[in-house]
Design a binder for this molecule. Structure first.
Ligand code: SD4
Length: 338
């Protein structure tokens, strides 16, 4: 077992001495570890891992990790993502640490790294959540640059395409599938996959402390002002340093309905494994939605204090990235119920 004291000792010897090769037995704790949603999780985990492997804080790891995705103009999460129905990209994000400190921004425009603004809200204000022009005002006062309002090339194309019908259908696509919904209208990637809009990340550092982050452009062509689960502590993200951490992706309205990430953590508190906790949360959504569940996607991922991880989703097509060693950063297909 990699105890804190031996980690610190090894830290001074050089971290290459640590293989972080995971569990040797059921009683062993796997740490550090970071997991995050979707294919983009691989690149994001890599940045997070660089911090974790050097003995850094999980909080720094989950911020730096998802910043990679927020920066990518080819992705779906940051300023390059699809706009709302009125043509504006609006971003939502939250972050939470091992002390239950949390910060959140929503309906934030023209700021590249909403997760970092969320962290500043957490660290520099007496509040948890800032939205809209107030969040932007705070970001500017904190020195974040105001970015262009111009849509990325791919978002401009997608928006023009959407405008042809301007159909408002409040149903989510089945992410990564070929099921095109006018409401969600995910972008098509060069490899033919459909995109999605969010990255959620949870991590445990070498000291055994947990943190999480979640950042999104929300659903493409959403109503102006619409928020999903991603910036809402308890819905899109929840961390309890005694138990574990969870984050969500997919149809935010249905994650909010069950306080999804909080529910997953509470189920782990009752003794469920991360995978089974995520499964039960998904089951609850399916029970509420009935036949309509087949039209939506929700995925949860979670880790517990032992460094066990898991994920579950409604439909086939959700995956997540797990990293706990220099040479162990891999994608897992989420198990699904429908
Ligand atoms: C939302 N949960 O805004 C987000 C969407 C998402 O991959 O996760 N997309 O509802």
């Amino acid at each position: 077992m990699l105890e804190r004291r031996s980690f610190l000792k090894l830290g001074s010897l050089g971290l290459s001495a640590l293989t972080f090769s995971g569990f040797k037995s059921e009683t062993e704790t796997r740490k550090p570890i970071v997991i995050s949603t979707w294919n983009e999780g691989i690149a994001a985990n890599k940045a997070a891992w660089n911090i974790l492997r050097a003995g850094g804080r999980a909080l720094d790891a989950v911020e730096q990790g998802v910043m990679v995705t927020e920066s990518s103009l080819n992705c779906c999460v940051g300023l390059g993502a699809n706009p709302d129905r009125d043509g504006y990209v609006t971003l939502d994000s939250c972050i939470m640490d091992e002390h239950a400190n949390c910060g959140s921004v929503a309906f934030l425009e023209r700021i590249k790294h909403p997760v970092s603004v969320a962290r500043r809200v957490m660290e520099k204000t007496p509040h948890v959540m800032l939205v809209g022009s107030g969040a932007q005002q705070f970001a500017l006062a904190e020195g974040f640059p105001l970015e262009s309002a111009k849509l990325s090339e791919s978002a401009q194309k997608a928006y023009e395409n959407w405008l042809k019908k301007s159909e408002y259908k409040p149903v989510a696509n089945i992410e990564n599938s070929k099921n095109e919904s006018a409401f969600y209208a995910p972008k098509k990637l060069e490899n033919g996959d459909w995109n999605h809009d969010t990255i959620g990340m949870v991590a445990m550092d070498a000291n055994g402390n947990l943190s999480g982050s979640c950042t999104t452009s929300g659903m493409g062509f959403k109503m102006r002002g619409r928020l999903g689960d991603s910036p809402i502590i308890g819905a899109g993200l929840f961390v309890d340093n005694e138990i574990g951490a969870a984050t969500a992706t997919g149809q935010g309205e249905d994650v909010i309905r069950i306080c999804g990430s909080h529910l997953v953590v509470e189920l782990m508190r009752q003794g469920l494994s991360p995978e089974n906790a995520c499964k039960q949360a998904v089951e609850r959504i399916i029970k509420i939605k009935g036949a309509a569940a087949k039209d939506i996607q929700v995925g949860f991922i979670a880790i517990n204090k032992k460094g066990a991880y898991g994920g579950y989703c409604i439909q086939k097509g959700f995956n997540f990235a797990v990293c706990f060693a220099d040479d162990k950063n891999f994608l897992i297909d989420g198990k699904y119920l429908l």
